[in-house]
Design a protein around this ligand. Sequence first.
Ligand code: ATP
Ligand code: MG
Length: 142
Amino acid sequence: MRGEFLSNSADQTREYARRFAVGLKPGDAVCLTGPLGAGKTEFMRGISEVFGCDEQLSSPTFSLLNIYDGSMGGQPVELHHFDLYRLESEKELESAGFEEYLSGPFVSVVEWGDKFPSFDRRYTRRVTLDIAGEGLRKITIR
Ligand SMILES: Nc1ncnc2c1ncn2[C@@H]1O[C@H](COP(=O)(O)OP(=O)(O)OP(=O)(O)O)[C@@H](O)[C@H]1O
Ligand SMILES: [Mg+2]
């Protein structure tokens, strides 16, 4: 799934995320970008619904990485949810093994994934959410 989509509710954003997520497979790394409150975590929640691990989501979350045990088509899939917002240095991320995580057999979703451009080439998919009005979001998937 790729293109531009307009969402007029958090529900609809999760619905787009579910449609997007059915095309994901282990090894995919999704760069999730957009300003504060754009709906990145809502989008992530929709993805987690497809992998059947939405109940494991903790909110609000302040950790760099949360790991959820999900599945798709009867196969177990680890869903890795990163949030780089509070992270200050790229070095920290490197020493935590970020690149190895991204290339591992997991589905990775990285909020603020564009914060450190040196990781750009590690992402297989890009999703940008823009605030287009009250309750309105433009979702660009490529
Ligand atoms: N169309 C929409 N899609 C997604 N969220 C929406 C929409 N309209 C309103 N909202 C609201 O915007 C907020 C989005 O919050 P969310 O935590 O997903 O943003 P975020 O991009 O993850 O922010 P942060 O950068 O702080 O992590 C929620 O409160 C949600 O209810
Ligand atoms: Mg968020």
